[in-house]
Design a protein around this ligand. Structure first.
Ligand code: SF4
Ligand code: SF4
Length: 103
């Protein structure tokens, strides 16, 4: 039997042409997904992305897109373990302030 895994960061898209290298995504990403290189953001650790949406919300030129929420695997697993609704307890640091798998 073949195991299947959730691929973190699958929906994250960076438009390098649009990027102005402001560094906001580097600053707000709680998982260090981006680095700045030659005045542009680059996705350095796609697998670390939990699709919280913080980078896309803070990019001033809409150079980032992500289907926020689909990758909140930790919150979903935690909810299952606790028998509750999906909840990250705010630990995800996504900035939504809701502490749920909502963003
Ligand atoms: S969606 Fe969240 S975790 Fe993923 S790159 Fe953006 S800020 Fe980082
Ligand atoms: S926030 Fe947007 S414009 Fe700023 S570095 Fe990241 S992708 Fe580029």
């Amino acid at each position: 039997m073949t195991a299947s895994y959730i691929k973190n960061g699958e929906t994250l898209v960076l438009d390098s042409q649009a990027c102005i290298g402001c560094g906001a995504c580097v600053d707000v990403c709680p998982h260090g997904v981006f680095i700045l290189e030659a005045g542009k953001a680059r996705i350095d650790r796609r697998g670390a992305c939990m699709e919280c949406g913080a980078c896309a919300r803070n990019c001033p030129v809409a150079a980032l897109a992500v289907e926020a929420g689909v990758g909140c695997a930790g919150a979903i697993i935690l909810g299952k373990l606790r028998g509750t609704a999906p909840s990250c307890g705010g630990e995800a640091g996504c900035g939504s302030g809701k502490g749920t798998a909502c963003c």
